[in-house]
Design a protein around this ligand. Structure first.
Ligand code: PEP
Ligand code: MN
Length: 258
């Protein structure tokens, strides 16, 4: 069932806060997703932060909150595995495991995630390393395959270039290039790539127009109060508007938004 939701006739939307901060926060997002008829909620519980003084996520306590809210609203959950400890805690509690850009080259973690999911083939969102060429990215994904789980969704999330007017440079060419090289669905994360909510609408439209199978968006009931990535998160009204605005584009490329 979950695998079919990443079929190329759909545009799957994965949205939610950068970090899970409270039950109330995640409930507001879940309610909004449900009203829009969407299926996936994301929320970081273990946060890989550049500074050890920044909010590191709610940890263990957040897992119960995400699971209970998602099960009430019948949503599938996505959360990032940052290390072996979070793998043990998340592997049975979330529906889709995310591997972040900073761990694309953590080969031992990739092996462990693949082995932990080799029986249930739980979907894995495997993000492109911020400095990885597509050839390196696709070569590294073989670790997941070889160690037992080929149920992979690739995710372009922006790369490091000389350009600093956005947080990263969204490599939109990655969508058709990856599609031409392999069979895996391609997700585009328009929040971490842009780093700024004012560019999210246009980048989301571009991603859908060039064939993305999935969009990842950070959404927060009150982005100004967010504990991380506030600048790039959409509030709920903007998110609803974005979904309306991408509908005709999704339709034009033969995809239904789910
Ligand atoms: C995230 O999606 O929460 C995240 C940290 O993304 P990335 O690994 O792309 O920076
Ligand atoms: Mn974030």
């Amino acid at each position: 069932m979950l695998n079919n939701l990443f079929d190329n006739k759909y545009l799957s939307i994965i949205a939610g806060p950068c970090a899970l901060e409270s039950q109330e926060q995640v409930e507001q997002v879940a309610r909004c997703l449900k009203l829009l008829g969407l299926h996936f909620i994301r929320a970081g519980i273990f946060k890989p932060r550049v500074s050890p003084y920044s909010f590191q996520g709610l940890g263990k306590k957040g897992i119960g909150i995400l699971s209970s809210v998602a099960s009430y609203y019948k949503l599938k959950t996505v959360s990032e595995v940052t290390d072996n400890n979070s793998l043990q805690l998340l592997s049975y509690k979330v529906d889709i495991l995310q591997i972040g850009t900073r761990n694309m080259t953590n080969y031992s973690l990739l092996k462990d995630i693949a082995k932990a999911t080799e029986i249930n083939h739980k979907p894995i969102i495997f993000k492109r390393g911020m400095s990885a060429k597509i050839s390196e990215y696709l070569s590294t994904l073989e670790y997941l395959k070889v160690y037992g789980n080929e149920n992979i969704i690739l995710c372009e999330r922006g790369i490091r270039t000389f350009e600093d007017s956005t947080r990263f440079t969204l490599d939109i060419s990655a969508v058709p290039v990856i599609h031409s090289l392999c069979k895996y669905p391609v997700c585009v994360d328009v929040s971490h790539s842009s780093g700024n909510s004012k560019y999210v609408f246009d980048l989301a439209k571009a991603a859908v127009a060039c064939g993305a199978d999935c969009l990842m968006l950070e959404v927060h009931p009150n982005p100004k109060q967010a504990k991380c990535d506030g600048k790039q998160q959409l509030d709920l009204d903007s998110f609803k508007l974005l979904i309306e605005e991408i509908k005709p584009i999704a339709k034009a490329v033969g995809k239904t938004i789910i």
